[in-house]
Design a protein around this ligand. Structure first.
Ligand code: TXA
Ligand code: MG
Length: 314
């Protein structure tokens, strides 16, 4: 990765940022909450790059940013109470976790879940970038994993210099606290993460306060354990497929089946992981033998996900 470019918050800077996103690059940009680290949410390799740059140990699902509520409806089903919240607070510091439309976003963005977290940011530079790019942008906070979220471009540069293509230097974030996340549990709105939109404002629109996640047994985001697991059993660190097993390779091998990255590239493997597991399920695999993946870089997250997939089912 070349040195990180600091882009001015003007037309030229935004045009450059949009073309970097189009090319599968990683671009940090300001929102009214915190700086996000953006990538094209349809491009699995680009999204995998977010996890690599952040050194994120797990493939937590990411928030997808779009320019307008109308665009959000291209990627998810939003109705009832959540549509009322979208109408009231988008653009703004609200994220909605809603059922996704299949096949439109990289599976890595949603960690293989059936839901997607969507947000329409209000920051003028985020709006300009999203309009110019014209597609969905996956973006977690633009900080190395385990560090606090960045609210000025200098934080982004401190944490991610040399790991990302560019940062749009748009000054301080107005809110400086991540968005409030609302999801649905048994048809009722639940608060998944308190954030930049006050709960009282949400209550005023709903006519009742959303349940805090604790009372409905939803895991706090960030500690999410409900991950995609294939129906098939999974055997890890396999040197070859045994009789009756479906093969999921990594690196050059002569076996029939799928390969996460024939060249043995971890970023490509990460981008392919959820999609390949889905495909093996569709093919009706009973047992999947997975080649050994190195325990370095993105390999840690890939192996974490594979171990979850291989863990005994409840
Ligand atoms: O203000 C914000 O929300 C910032 C700016 C950049 O938009 N973004 C941000 O993203 O805070 P991140 O990745 O740091 O936090 C997203 C949270 C994670 O805790 C994740 O678990 C949760 O959203 N999340 C994403 N998709 C989800 C889903 N389908 N179901 C449940 N939780 C989800
Ligand atoms: Mg974060």
């Amino acid at each position: 990765m070349p040195a990180t470019t600091v882009l001015n918050p003007d037309d030229r800077g935004i045009a450059k940022a949009a073309s970097l996103l189009e090319a599968g690059g990683l671009v940090a940009f300001p929102t009214e909450t915190v700086y996000g680290l953006g990538a094209d949410a349809r491009n699995g390799r680009a999204v995998a790059g977010i996890f690599a740059a952040k050194g994120r140990p797990q493939f937590n699902p990411l928030i997808v940013h779009v320019a307008s509520p109308e665009e959000a409806l291209l990627y998810a089903e939003i109705d009832g109470d959540l549509l009322r919240l979208a109408s009231a607070f988008w653009p703004g510091p609200l994220t909605l976790v809603v059922p996704k439309c299949p096949g439109k976003l990289s599976d890595l963005v949603t960690a293989g879940l059936e839901t997607v977290a969507l947000r329409v940011p209000a920051h003028p530079l985020a709006q300009q970038l999203l309009h110019r790019f014209g597609g969905p942008v996956a973006a977690p906070s633009a900080n190395p994993s385990g560090r606090i979220s960045p609210t000025v471009p200098e934080h982004v540069v401190d944490g991610l210099m040399g790991q990302i293509d560019a940062v749009v230097a748009g000054g301080a974030c107005q809110i400086g606290l991540e968005s409030t996340i609302i999801g649905l549990e048994q048809g009722r709105p639940v608060l998944l993460r308190p954030g930049g939109l006050a709960i009282e404002a949400i209550t005023a629109v709903l006519g009742a306060s959303p349940e805090p996640y604790r009372t409905v047994g939803v895991t706090a985001p960030g500690q999410l354990t409900s991950h995609y697991a294939p129906r098939a059993r999974v055997r890890l660190n396999a040197s070859h497929p045994k009789d009756g097993e479906s093969w999921l390779g990594f690196g050059p091998d002569g076996y029939d089946g799928l390969n996460l990255s024939p060249e043995g590239e971890l970023r490509e493997a990460a981008a392919n992981l959820f999609g390949h597991l889905h495909r093996l399920d569709e093919q009706g695999a009973a047992q999947i033998a997975v080649a050994a993946i190195p325990e370095t870089g993105l390999g840690l997250a890939i192996n974490d996900r594979l171990r979850r997939a291989a863990a005994p089912r409840v």
